[in-house]
Write a protein that binds this ligand. Structure first.
Ligand code: 5CA
Ligand code: ZN
Length: 416
């Protein structure tokens, strides 16, 4: 499916350092994407389920991986980025039913709104933006291979994947079996389904139910399970053992564990992804922001209220991607003031020396995407520039503002 338009990204005069990120599966900060010269860094980020508008939690996740995309490019790497759209799944069908709209129309409408939100936030688009529906042939082919490997069994009209088939099952999340059993039903799993070999086994093909959309398959009509969708799309576009699998921390288990397990059974000995990277959860009014709870702040609602998307982006950048935090209106008002102040400094032309700021911002982002540290470095430059220009012209740099504007655009995605 169509992604969104790419913003222009200025080239920087220096190359950034190699990128290091916290990898959930290794529980440590490791270098990512440095494999071999000429081999692109490959990124798969789990996309939206398009039954409602983009909220700040989604925006936070996609801006975080946008920082990774930019840090890799600034380090001189070519990036191959894929993202899915879960355009057929239970919550989408339930919402469509509730508001009496065709599920396809709902998915299309919300995906289009998401594209506009991403464009407004200057998020670089994926090279492959792929829906679940258009990937059904890929899903069927992957289930077929899993079946050949003896990893699939039938329960009534549905097909399940046996987690016992993957020797490395559990090595992505490192959750104990008790933790898995507790979280599984909260995140779409069905541990109590009669006939399963292991309560943790994952649904890969849901046989046709009355009133639900379905597609032909060798096992009868039905629709894909959730995890098999991302496993199939990521393998197709990025290959086995791609660089980073990303998403919010709510996807650590079962989603990313199951995606990895599916893929690892058909590519024995090759990890699904080299690293798994997870963003913290954004909350609002005391709880995780989520469509099911309804405590949402929508990007589009703020845009409709004429809020500068760069101020929204700055609120996100002021929080480390791995931390859990709460959205408040005050954070936004403060960011609006900051953006105004930064613009004042940038129009002066002359300013405090730019080179040390370029180095600090690129280093901060390469070290586990430390955007708050990068923002603080820009703030120091703005303070120094607003303080010195006019009476300390000889210590100032004639082209500083131009260089800082290019830096914050290329590295932080802020075009001011
Ligand atoms: N379609 C699936 C992934 S394949 C899905 O989880 N969709 S979603 O619309 O629920 O979430 C889209 C992305 O936003 C996921 O990466 C999810 O981890 C992230 N996300 C959802 N809610 C929040 C939140 N409150 N804070 C931060 N990230 C969030
Ligand atoms: Zn996914």
């Amino acid at each position: 499916m169509r992604a969104w338009s790419a913003p222009e990204v200025p080239a920087l005069p220096v190359t950034g350092p190699a990128v290091r990120l916290f990898d959930t599966s290794r529980n440590d900060v490791v270098e990512v994407g440095a494999a071999a010269a000429g081999v692109p860094a490959s990124l798969y980020v789990c996309g939206i389920t398009p039954y409602d508008a983009t909220h700040m939690g989604h925006a936070n996740t996609y801006v975080a991986f946008d920082l990774l995309n930019r840090a890799w490019r600034n380090a001189g790497l070519i990036v191959n980025y894929a993202q899915n759209v879960t355009d057929v799944d239970d919550p989408l069908l339930e919402r469509a039913d509730k508001v009496k709209i065709d599920w396809r129309a709902l998915a299309e409408r919300e995906t289009e709104l998401f594209r506009q939100d991403m464009e407004a936030l200057r998020v670089l688009p994926p090279d492959n933006y792929t829906g679940a529906v258009e990937s059904i042939p890929l899903v069927i082919a992957l289930i077929q291979r899993l079946d050949d490997a003896g990893a699939i069994y039938r329960v009534d009209e549905d097909l399940y994947f046996s987690v016992a088939a993957d020797e490395a099952f559990g090595e992505e999340s490192h959750f104990s079996r008790e933790q898995m059993l507790e979280i599984f039903p909260q995140r779409g799993g069905d541990p109590d389904r009669a006939g399963k070999k292991d309560p943790l086994d994952a649904l890969v093909w849901r046989g046709e139910r009355p009133g639900e959309p379905s597609w032909d398959s060798p096992w009868g009509k039905g629709r894909p399970g959730w995890h098999i969708e991302c496993a199939a799309i990521a393998r197709e576009h990025l290959g086995a053992g791609f660089t980073v699998q990303g998403g919010g921390s709510d996807l650590i288990f079962p989603h990313h564990e199951m995606c990895a397990a599916h893929a690892q059974v058909v590519d024995p000995g090759v990890p699904f992804a080299q690293s798994y990277v997870h963003c913290g959860m954004v909350g609002y009014l005391g709880e995780k922001m989520s469509k099911s709870k309804g405590n949402l702040v929508f990007v589009s609602a703020l845009r409709n209220a004429e809020i500068d998307p760069m101020a929204i982006r700055l609120v996100l950048l002021r929080h480390h991607y791995r931390s859990d935090w709460e959205w408040t209106d005050d954070l936004l008002f403060d960011a609006v003031d900051t953006v105004t102040q930064w613009r004042k400094a940038l129009v002066l032309g002359r300013g405090a020396p730019a080179a040390p700021v370029v180095e600090e911002v690129l280093s901060a982002l390469a070290e586990d995407l430390d955007a708050p540290r990068a923002v603080a470095a820009v703030q120091s430059w703005v303070d120094a520039t607003l303080g010195v220009v006019g009476h300390m012209a000889e210590t100032s740099d004639e082209r500083a503002a131009e260089q800082i504007a290019a830096l914050i655009d290329a590295a932080l995605g802020l075009k001011l």
